[in-house]
Design a protein around this ligand. Structure first.
Ligand SMILES: *Cc1c(COP(=O)(O)O)cnc(C)c1O
Length: 403
């Protein structure tokens, strides 16, 4: 109860950004209107055709070959664009395939500035591409905007960051970063990985960002049964390049997977509200626990990014972290004792997950970097799902007792 009161009082002082008024309506209907609507069916049919009949001489009637464009994917792409307040959505077979498409915008001799706190797979793909594609990269801490300014060079082509960062949930100021980048060079591309919050809680394009990147595998699909990615933009020439890459690199999602994500997005608003409420209650429980020495959740007034989060976001998701006091227990024991939470990577599904970044998702991060971010061996990441909050807290309590 005390926790509830604390958060209520605080949110009276400092409000989250309001959610876009039409968001829930677009989540249900976006993309499946007008000529996309088929057979008067309330939900879209799954269109499996690999090829489409065209006119003579060759003019397509909207579709010609399913790698280039197909009805199931188009419905999803238009829904995703609508939800982000963008003109174009382009889907790929995974979040990393979508990031490959983003990297294809960088040429030989270009310079990339990447946040030092992004998804591990993203870093691996960048490091694998640097020599092959002949570009250079600097990793910067976007908490330090002066440092970021110093890293900008005439040949800088792209800025890439993830906010909130995972698993520390540090929030970076998109409006300031976009302004600094575009004041330096108006053609600089600012790209944000919005996987953790989705367009329901954060709309990067509204802060001047050029491209929004997603792993739809997480909250967008929401059921941990699809791997998919997307990029959203308002820029026509970027869209042409990203569509070209989608078509000719060929990493496209299947019509069935597109149908599943289209379906998953309909409940995005209620799922995000539910995980936000639940994760905040879990955070408040952990904050009071004697074996816990730090809790990372942007909705907590004690979180370093709390103020910025409220300025930039409409809420926070179910991704959160905490640290068990070094002398109070072992995170390895804690994870073994959990009954309802499952030890697994990823997040955004209905099932709550727990994992130890130092041993799993962030194992490849150099120890010094990890420790400078506070990610010790006793650091636990939780992905709060849709189970009863009381059951989740009970599970955490019993595992903390035994660890
Ligand atoms: C999972 C994830 C990715 C990679 O997406 P896949 O769909 O697994 O390829 C990229 N960025 C973030 C923030 C992620 O969580």
């Amino acid at each position: 109860m005390m926790g509830d009161l604390k958060s209520q009082n605080d949110s009276q002082k400092l409000e989250w950004l309001p959610v876009e008024k039409q968001f829930a309506t677009l989540a249900v209907h976006g993309g499946y209107t007008g000529e996309n609507k088929c057979f008067s069916a309330i939900v879209p049919p799954i269109s499996v055709a690999a090829t489409f009949e065209i006119d003579v001489p060759a003019v397509n009637r909207g579709y010609e070959y399913a790698r280039t464009d197909n009805p199931s994917r188009k419905i999803l792409e238009q829904k995703l664009a609508a939800l982000d307040g963008g003109k174009y959505g382009i889907c790929y077979s995974s979040g990393l395939a979508a990031f490959s498409a983003v990297l294809s915008l960088i040429k030989n001799g270009d310079h990339l500035i990447c946040s030092n706190d992004v998804y591990g797979g993203t870093v691996k793909l960048i490091m694998d591409s640097v020599d092959r594609l002949g570009f250079t990269v600097d990793f910067v801490d976007f908490d330090n905007l002066e440092g970021f300014k110093k890293a900008l060079k005439p040949e800088t082509k792209m800025i890439f960051l993830e906010t909130p960062a995972n698993p520390t949930l540090r929030v970076f100021d998109l409006a300031k970063i976009s302004k600094i980048a575009h004041d330096f060079n108006k053609d600089l591309l600012v790209v944000v990985d919005n996987t953790c919050l989705t367009s329901y809680f954060q709309r990067p394009l509204s802060f001047g960002v050029d491209l929004v990147h997603y792993s739809l595998t997480k909250y967008a699909n929401g059921h941990a049964d699809v791997i998919m990615g997307a990029v959203i933009t308002n820029n026509d020439s970027l869209k042409d390049r990203l569509k070209f890459y989608q078509n000719f690199n060929g990493g496209i999602p299947s019509p069935f997977d597109c149908y599943l994500v289209t379906r998953g997005l309909k409940t995005l608003p209620i799922r995000m509200k539910a995980v936000m409420e639940s994760s905040l209650k879990v955070a408040e429980f952990l904050l009071e626990h004697p074996k816990v020495d730090a809790v990372f959740h942007p909705a907590l007034p004690s979180h370093g990014s709390h103020k910025l989060a409220k300025k930039q976001c409409s809420g926070h998701s179910g991704l959160m972290s905490f640290r068990i006091k070094e002398d109070a227990g072992s995170a390895l024991e804690f994870i073994r004792e959990l009954k309802l939470f499952q030890n697994a990577g990823s997040f955004g599904g209905c099932e709550s997950l727990a994992e130890l970044p130092a041993y799993f998702t962030h194992k490849a991060v150099p120890e010094a970097t990890r420790l400078s971010l506070g990610i010790t061996n006793n650091f636990v990441r939780l992905a709060i799902g849709l189970e009863s909050t009381e059951d989740l807290i009970e599970d955490l309590a019993q595992a903390l007792k035994k660890c």
